[in-house]
Design a binder for this molecule. Sequence first.
Ligand code: BES
Ligand code: MN
Ligand code: ZN
Length: 492
Amino acid sequence: MKRIQFRLNTAHQDCDTLLIGVDNSGQLIGSDSTLNSNSELTSAVSTAIADKDLSTKVGSQIMLKNLAGFTRVWFVSLGETEKLSRKAFIETMKKTISSILETGTNWLYHTLSIATQDSDAAWALYQNALMLQTAQYDYQHPSRGDFTANENNLDKVTFVGEIENAEQIIGQAQSSAIGMSLTQDLANMPANFCTPTYLASTAEDLGQQYGFTVNILERAQMEELGMGSFLSVAQGSDQPPKLICLEYKGANANDAPIALVGKGVTFDTGGISLKPGASMDEMKYDMGGAATVLGVFKALGELKPEINVVGIIPSTENMPAGNAVKPGDVVTSMSGQTIEILNTDAEGRLILCDALTYAQKTYQPKQVIDIATLTGACIIALGHHVSGIMGNNQTLVDDLLSSGNDTYDRFWQLPLGEEWDEQLKSNFADMANIGGRPGGTITAAQFLARFTKEVEWAHLDIAGTAWTSGTNKGATGRPVPALVDFLKHKAG
Ligand code: BES
Ligand code: MN
Ligand code: ZN
């Protein structure tokens, strides 16, 4: 992915294109006040409005050539900015960016990092940098055949405005976008390419590139550690399972790390509890949690915050086979707790529980966050706009909620409690791996809670947010932006 060169408050003479806003009364709004009162621009916009080439409704846009020294000027209507929502701002800017990328713009002068209804100029700057960099993403795997990438001419963007910590804001946005592109590539990649072995080699590549310590555990080592739950999911697959461990050391060696644990099911058929055929192809993104961990690590490598982070990825396929685990089978997890597998399609929690135990025993993390495309019930409960969040420590959950809110990569909290935990009762083991249909997202988290009693823990269910179905089918790169923000705050 091409990296945009972001500049701050440099002279606009070198920029070929101007992006400027128009309010509900037809006045120019932007963070360069000289341009807002430039007579060439003001008269051009008045004429465009009078001739009905531009409306003052939010989202209306027009490009006019050769004005005020710019080859192209994009006027974008933002209505009353005090009433402009964050959603409307993002949607409008995305549409404008895609229009700009269709033209020959090379160096954009961007004056729209401005305050809106419930956000300030710093927030707009972050979103603008994130949107511009993510707009460069394109899935370009060789398996697409002779597909040509939609290349564009944009190399540089100059932002204007007096914004505190602007450099850091832009750096965080750009690193997040670069991390997201890896997350998207991995989740978009067909499961015959993106295997557990491929995820492991991706982690090793990241280790080489950024200096992370990477350790890959094979089946034999996992057997020795007693990961009977994880290995029961893997036993029906011809692809060897991997437990992928990465360490990013940005702080003192004796600073306890934050552990990120990501579900890495590279394809989820449901196993013997086979899924229906419709849209089953999309189960290649059941490693979205793993892809998030790798994307966050890429962002950490770029951003280098002063914090220690470990990433733990249990990875396997979930396949039906003659030797596959069966409903009713009982397995022993690494923690010693036994599990009756009533549905082989509830496999995510079976691989995560052993990874959570391993993470705590090996790294003594101060906080653990797992990220998983865990339940279809989460999509039913929350839709595709927010990820589900649950946890055993409200301060941790609140910190994640606030990073989600700030980056607009949002979470919504669901409750945990004994009532839901009781749904996991089994007659034949310490617990069952399913709790029935009611509260399916919560009972999945309750299952994980039984393996994280001794640590501050939060669980992110990203089944609805990691992927877009329909004509724009593909990975979103979420929740990389929120997690990067969380880790950056933790670094102080
Ligand atoms: N990977 C699925 C969850 C999922 C569904 C993610 C749709 C993304 C989109 C998970 O392994 C699963 O199959 N969960 C079951 C749990 C059930 C058997 C208790 C589900 O949601 O139906
Ligand atoms: Mn499943
Ligand atoms: Zn799954």
